[in-house]
Design a protein around this ligand. Structure first.
Ligand SMILES: [Zn+2]
Length: 570
């Protein structure tokens, strides 16, 4: 038994060190010292972070260069996501990715613009051959920025395996990023995983802050934990790196029960197709309730992440004896710093009394089967493996409408994560005379504001594919987006570099934007986080010192279009 354990540890050790230490060496992508605001594998919404976020001293415009020789294999421009990004394939089998760029170097920028005009689209996804832009190690490629879904100037940097495009742990290569700080535990959560489970006499979740005592993290002595039955444990733990206060992700997390390893994961690599399993990996209910990002120390049945130790069952804890259970949780970072959380759980046998049946309408749904549900005007179809575990599905209808054409229907619970999209159909009420194509489903955001949940009219129903549960109703969007010019709407722009507009939509959201100058398609760039739409004057496409006509169309997801029409001199 002991020998087997040692062999397993050895195998894991060798597997981990094979990645990143196969001779691949890289140069830093920036010339400034590398301090991180984010690292590989940290918890984000609906995904694990796939690279590192390098701080750029609060400003844009820092030189970004290729970390190894190779060639530009892909250039992607998105309004959201990585914004302006560049991918470089290297002969060592890795691809480096640089995101949220401000602008590409001149020859690359000219190439991208040519393709944008050719495709008549701001957003492009270009795959390039070896010959177009070959790269030397350290060659300048772009200026750092804040484009796409970025909340401040920084460089998003990834190293992927070229063959399968899996992002790998950037910190396991040779970059000079100092980390002498060990991970820190912040809070712990215990929650029932079966109906007989009791924690401190209750069937509710238990949560506690974590304190540090003589170098060991623990639950404060004032709060004891008594439990029986099957329970889950999750911990809020972050790594910190030198020179930054940002919360980063840990590299490994392990739990020992009575000194026996019961759970383990290593964050070295994942596939983009599996990153959404983060909603199974984290304590999703706690995330919704408090916003805290806690790792479960067990694997849910339909969590297919590759990060778990395959030799373990990674099951929730079964407490069925009246004795003390010693729990030890160990977190490490890539640099090898580690922290330990220890506490004693007072176990009891429990009494296995038959729990009181749930009130109201509850349908038991198995996660590995197709589940359908129908009640009055509401129809639901949940594909197999859309849920991470079996669910006591609940349904309720609120008596009143709230800015909606129907009552709000409570579909399961917002604290239950959804993996694959399910289909929700709500019948169009008979009294509604509006245009069918303006109907959509609406829901609430976390500020309890009404937001679009999408959907289209089909055979008397408004049908939407959804990836979360919660409250939904039928709504209507007949209002076109607003287009607000910065400064004057027309006139003399000869000294200006750009035409700028704020664009906004009430409900369904901006779907399309198209600008024409003198009846020719013109490149308008959209920056959703700033609600900004802008055109950079360009002598290659319009002639200088003359009068021009601008037509700008902005439409929403429900086909409501606004046109801004003006003339100007440039
Ligand atoms: Zn990033």
């Amino acid at each position: 038994m002991m020998r087997r354990a040692i062999t397993l540890i050895l195998v894991q050790f060798l597997m981990f060190h094979a990645s990143g230490q196969d001779g691949a060496t890289f140069e830093p992508p920036v010339k400034i010292p590398m301090y991180l605001s984010g690292n590989f594998g940290e918890i984000r919404s609906d995904h694990f972070h796939s690279g590192i976020d390098i701080k750029t001293q609060g400003t844009t415009g820092h030189h970004v260069s290729s970390v190894e020789k190779g060639y530009v294999s892909r250039i992607k421009v998105q309004a959201n996501g990585y914004g302006k990004s560049i991918y470089i394939s290297h002969p060592n089998g890795y691809t480096s990715v640089y995101g949220h760029l401000d602008r590409y170097r001149d020859d690359i920028a000219a190439y991208v613009k040519r393709m944008q005009y050719k495709q008549q689209s701001h957003m492009v996804d270009l795959y390039l051959s070896k010959e177009t832009f070959p790269m030397e190690k350290g060659e300048f490629i772009a200026f750092s920025g804040n484009s796409g879904s970025s909340s401040g100037p920084h460089l998003h940097f990834e190293i992927r395996s070229s063959a399968n495009q899996h992002p790998t742990n950037v910190l396991s290569y040779n970059f000079e990023i100092k980390d002498l700080v060990a991970p820190r535990f912040h809070s712990i959560f215990l929650y029932p995983m079966d109906k007989n489970c009791k924690i401190n006499g209750k069937t509710e979740r238990f949560s506690s802050k974590i304190v540090r005592d003589k170098g060991i993290y623990t639950i404060p002595y004032s709060s004891t934990v008594e439990a029986s039955g099957v329970l889950g444990i999750s911990v809020e733990v972050f790594d910190y790196l030198d020179g930054a206060s940002n919360r980063c992700g840990v590299h490994t997390l392990e739990m020992f029960v009575d000194n026996k390893l019961s759970y383990s994961h290593v964050m070295d690599e994942f596939a983009f197709s599996e990153t959404r399993y983060i909603n199974a990996h984290i304590d999703y209910e706690e995330r919704i309730k408090s916003g805290k990002k806690a790792h479960r120390l067990h694997r849910l049945p339909n969590d297919r992440l590759r990060i778990y130790n395959q030799a373990l069952e990674n099951k929730p804890l079964l407490v069925d004896e009246s004795r003390n259970y010693s729990i030890r949780i160990v977190a490490t970072d890539v640099a090898g710093n580690s922290s330990t959380l220890e506490f004693t759980l007072k176990g009891s046998e429990g009494n296995n009394e038959v729990p009181i049946a749930n009130e109201g309408e509850v349908t038991y749904m198995k996660y590995n089967q197709v589940n359908s549900f129908e009640k009055g005007p509401v129809h639901l179809e949940i594909p197999a493996y859309s849920l991470y575990q079996d669910l006591d599905f609940s349904f309720q209808s609120s008596p009143q409408a709230d800015g909606s054409l129907t009552p709000f229907y409570q579909i399961a619970n917002i604290e239950v994560p959804v993996h694959k999209a399910y289909t929700l159909s709500i019948k169009k009420p008979d009294y509604v005379r509006s245009l069918n194509r303006k109907l959509l489903l609406i829901s609430y955001n976390d500020k309890h504001e009404i937001v679009s949940a999408g959907g289209t009219f089909q055979d008397g129903y408004i049908v939407a594919k959804l990836r979360n549960f919660g409250e939904f109703a039928v709504g209507l969007d007949t209002i076109a987006p607003r287009i607000m010019p910065h400064g004057s709407t027309g006139g003399d722009f000869s000294a200006k570099k750009e035409l700028r507009f704020t664009i906004e939509d009430e409900l369904s959201g901006i779907a399309k934007y198209e600008g024409y100058i003198d009846n020719q398609w013109a490149l308008f760039e959209y920056d959703p986080k700033n609600k900004l739409l802008y055109y950079s004057f360009d002598e290659q496409h319009i002639s200088k010192d003359s009068e021009h006509e601008l037509e700008l169309y902005v439409s929403d997801e429900k086909g409501n279009v606004n046109l801004h029409h003006t003339t100007f001199n440039w």
